[in-house]
Ligand binder design. Structure first.
Ligand code: FE
Length: 286
């Protein structure tokens, strides 16, 4: 089995998102504009907010893709134009398929705002194939306790399986676009090899610590992403206590027309999305 090398180490770009919260973004950036089938990845925080200071993303629309929110610390509240709402706590995942469109808000909970605290998490945008872009919106809310976890025999490698499979455990999420989304926690000296099908685009993002990634090994540190070259697996080794995400997916190889929160295949479909939003056809939050 061929082991993937690191093709490129990408430094994240720091920016403000939503109502003005700080994120580190490995893509899309000038170094990496396309990472099919993904559209965007934001590492939110960790940021410490005092009471009443928490910042979220007030009402905004999405159409044509999925947003996957994974929280490590803090509490977020979600509301949408179909009357759905939910709370995301540390370790929880929300998988929202925007499909033909929703208007939603993603805000710190009132409890978080009262106490303040550390907000830390991720949002991944997964593109939908053309045939699924106008599907009815749906949610998969996966509380922390339901996310499969596995540990290596030596106890040095733990993995949380958000999508795909690792160390014999399979994700509970149903995906439209086949992807792998894994959170590895490696203790110093921990090592593992993760299978990634040869036709997937793949990267390793370092949340904390530093990892030797790929074959030959390349050092990748906190806030950097390693874009992987061709092969069927990736080697991970940690010199210090380290957390990484493995993100991989089958490229859709379809045209991408993109305008803010709308991602379609043609400019006409984008114009239609803008009209549908302005004329209220994606609804509003009651
Ligand atoms: Fe959103």
């Amino acid at each position: 089995m061929t082991r993937r090398p690191v093709a490129q180490v990408i430094d994240t770009v720091q920016t403000l998102e939503g109502g003005g919260f700080p994120v580190r973004r490995p893509f899309p950036v000038a170094q990496l504009l396309q990472f099919d089938p993904f559209l965007l990845f934001d590492h939110l925080g960790p940021v410490t907010w005092g009471p009443g200071q928490g910042i979220g993303a007030p009402d905004h629309p999405h159409r044509g893709f999925e947003t996957v929110t994974y929280l490590l610390s803090g509490e977020m509240q979600h509301k949408d134009s179909a009357g759905r709402s939910g709370t995301l706590r540390a370790g929880d995942v929300q998988w929202m398929t925007a499909g033909r469109g929703v208007v939603h808000s993603e805000m710190p909970t009132p409890e978080f705002q009262r106490s303040g605290g550390i907000m830390h998490g991720f949002q991944l945008w997964v593109n939908l194939p053309a045939k699924d872009k106008m599907m009815p919106p749906r949610y998969q809310d996966i509380p922390a306790a339901q996310i499969p976890e596995a540990m290596s025999a030596d106890g040095k490698v733990k993995v949380r399986v958000i999508a795909g499979s690792a160390l014999g455990k399979h994700a509970v999420i149903e995906v439209r676009t086949p992807i792998i989304y894994l959170h590895y926690t490696l203790r110093a000296g921990g090592e593992t090899a993760q299978d990634i099908p040869a036709d997937y685009n793949a990267m390793v993002y370092v949340i904390r610590g530093a990892a030797a990634v790929g074959d030959p090994q390349r050092d990748v540190r906190e806030g950097q992403a390693a874009l992987l070259g061709p092969g069927a697996s990736v080697q991970l080794a940690a010199k210090t206590d380290t957390d990484v995400l493995v993100l991989a997916g089958v490229p859709l190889n379809e045209p991408v027309a993109r305008h803010g929160p709308f991602v379609m295949n043609t400019a006409e479909e984008i114009q239609q999305a803008i009209r549908d939003y302005r004329e209220g056809r994606m609804g509003q939050i009651a």
